[in-house]
Ligand binder design. Structure first.
Ligand SMILES: [Zn+2]
Length: 315
């Protein structure tokens, strides 16, 4: 998430509605075996962070991209890089989104056929001068969750997997602290990858029916806050998925809209919901504290179960 742009009132609402209830959910009651999703995603998060910070054009980002592509390939997902240049407040930069579809690379028409859904996260970490910012929950954990979801769909729902496109956005984070305007354009700093990705659907044919964006979904004190401008049907389905998987207490509405990678997709006509954690709490957001110590396998398990339920209902 690049910034909270909208209103101070929304921040106070977010802060005042922190959920500390202790009722059990199926994921929390589960045995170690049943919590495989969380354990696998935790291991992926740890592996991603071992490459270090991954801001645009960094060696860390190249290595993480290679890791993600290789992990996907193990489970019959084929990755494709979408590289582009964009002007930023720090000059022209080269960004690379990773797209993936289910099926072999030589599958004729793999990239031409329509898909029903998109599953997305941002792969870059915010460049913050003076600290090695890792972005464990912002958003390495979300990329890790997608890898585990991809593995699971390959194992138990290959027909549904083939209806999905995975997207790992580069350049979600603003490169400057104030998200200032990009000189010579009418654009602001941030969400570079999703803007380009959403625009290219104009020439790719039939639009997907929906998108699910994951961001900050592995915090040990899991509190998902869906933006107030979430598409109505997707909000209904996601809250139903949370209820059905015993995770309802972790899923609430934010009082305002949020600027994240779902915005260009919604503007392009692909209704997309942002399953985003409450970044306003406890001073870890865009701080060095956003490291592996704030991530829990249990929270990842919950987020993945909700995502899988939602996706399987819709695909
Ligand atoms: Zn961020």
């Amino acid at each position: 998430m690049i910034a909270r742009l909208f209103c101070i009132a929304s921040l106070s609402c977010i802060l005042s509605s922190c959920d500390t209830a202790k009722s059990e959910s199926p994921a929390e009651e589960g045995t170690a075996k049943e919590n495989t999703h969380g354990a696998n995603a935790y291991a992926h998060t740890k592996a991603i962070l071992a490459f270090g910070p991954r801001p645009v054009e960094s060696e860390g980002l190249k290595q993480v991209s290679a890791y993600v592509s290789a992990e996907l390939k193990k489970h019959n997902w084929h990755a494709r890089y979408q590289t582009f240049q964009a002007m930023t407040p720090l000059g022209e930069k080269t960004f690379t989104n990773i797209l993936a579809r289910y099926g072999a690379e030589d599958n004729a028409g793999l990239w031409e056929k329509p898909v029903k859904g998109l599953l997305c996260a941002h792969i870059d970490s915010k460049p913050i001068p003076g600290i090695d910012f890792l972005g464990a929950d912002d958003a390495a954990s979300a990329c890790a969750a997608i890898l585990e979801i991809a593995r699971t769909l390959h194992t138990d729902s290959p027909d549904k997997a083939s209806q999905l496109e995975l997207v790992f956005f580069d350049g979600e984070e603003a490169l400057t602290a104030d998200m200032g305007p990009v000189q010579g354009t009418n654009l602001f700093d941030g969400i570079y990858g999703s803007r380009i990705y959403a625009a290219q659907w104009r020439s790719r044919g039939q639009l997907p029916e929906f998108g699910l964006l994951l961001d900050m979904i592995g915090h040990k004190d899991l509190s998902i806050k869906l933006p107030s401008d979430s598409p109505r049907e997707l909000k209904k389905d996601l809250l139903a998925a949370a209820k059905a998987t015993g995770a309802a207490k972790h899923y609430k509405m934010a009082s305002g809209p949020i600027l994240d990678d779902h915005v260009p997709l919604n503007n392009a006509g692909i209704p997309t919901i942002d399953m985003i954690g409450d970044f306003a709490r406890k001073g870890w957001w865009h701080q060095k504290e956003d490291d592996l110590s704030i991530i829990s396998a249990k929270s990842l398990e919950i987020s993945i179960r909700v995502s899988l339920f939602f996706l399987k209902e819709r695909l």
